[in-house]
Write a new protein. Structure first.
Length: 303
């Protein structure tokens, strides 16, 4: 490739809007890191949160911190400078990180849905089916699956020739904006990229929907108290799935035609969802709130 660096056009060319976005996204990123770190520390520290659900939640929070860190710091720094450049290698590294961690999050959310299915529909077999070893294998599988997906997307993109222009109409390097800049016909590559991302998203979404259909079906014979308890444990997960899968499906399941629209939607799954995850899981979960109170009172009491 003759292109050694790319210019990111960012979210807005308006200077006043960029200053507002800088303050807003810096605040969001601090909330993402602090909120998810709090979840991780709480789960590790609390003896009450030793079930598989919280084991997966810990890793989901870790992925959220890493995932947002691939795009948010660069976005925030670029809002203060006029030349928003990124090297070719840096661009490809960012592309790899976004797809690796994003796909890992999709697999983790799917695994968490399976955990809820076993807990509610097969409670007597829960401890034998969801052992610590099985949970560990599921987490490793999620990381490996994310890595394989990202390698495929990255290799397909790096094989393309880039000879100019080098302006990316986005705030981070992603597959679709780079396909628009390639100096060759990218129709076939575009189809493969969409098929790869779309297949993973659709399969995982199908598993998620099936899990919750079966869960709701099994709750018909439950008392209203059983309904409330089951839905309270599933409600947080369903909310996160909708917030993350909705924008991801919109972006990656179809060939991209409007990059300005795409980058606005991308804010939801790269920044908004990782920020809301800790709030959703703490505000709707009595066990997590109780563990946080005990952790905080213990810290304050020891000082």
């Amino acid at each position: 490739s003759s292109v050694k660096e790319f210019i990111l056009l960012g979210l807005s060319a308006n200077e006043g809007m960029q200053k507002i976005c800088f303050v807003m996204f810096l605040f969001f990123y601090v909330i993402i890191v602090a909120g998810n770190l709090l979840i991780i520390i709480t789960v590790i520290s609390s003896q009450a949160l030793n079930s598989p659900m919280y084991f997966f939640l810990r890793y989901l929070s870790f992925v959220d911190i890493c995932y947002s860190s691939v795009t948010a710091p660069k976005l925030i720094a670029d809002l203060l400078v006029e030349n928003k450049t990124i090297s070719f290698v840096g661009c490809i590294a960012q592309l790899f990180g976004v797809h690796f961690l994003g796909c890992t999050e999709i697999f983790l959310l799917t695994v968490m849905a399976y955990d809820r299915y076993v807990a509610i529909c097969r409670p007597l077999h829960y401890t034998t089916l969801m052992t610590r070893r099985v949970c560990g294998q599921m987490v490793i599988g999620s990381w490996v699956g994310g890595f394989m997906h990202s390698i495929a997307q990255t290799l397909l993109t790096t094989q393309l020739p880039f000879c100019g222009p080098n302006k990316i109409d986005h705030y981070f390097c992603d597959v679709h904006p780079l396909l628009h800049l390639a100096c060759t016909d990218t129709y076939v590559v575009g189809i493969i990229v969409v098929a790869n991302s779309g297949m993973i998203t659709l399969i995982c979404f199908f598993i998620l929907v099936t899990s919750y259909v079966v869960i709701l079906g099994s709750l018909r014979s439950q008392t209203s108290e059983g309904w409330h308890k089951a839905l309270s444990t599933c409600g947080s997960h369903i909310t996160v799935v909708i917030l993350f899968f909705g924008p991801c499906t919109f972006i990656y399941i179809r060939p991209s035609s409007n990059l300005s629209e795409d980058k606005s939607v991308a804010v939801f799954y790269t920044i908004i969802t990782p920020m809301l995850n800790p709030l959703i899981y703490t505000l709707r979960n009595k066990e997590v709130k109780s563990a946080m109170r005990k952790l905080w009172s213990g810290k304050v009491g020891s000082e």
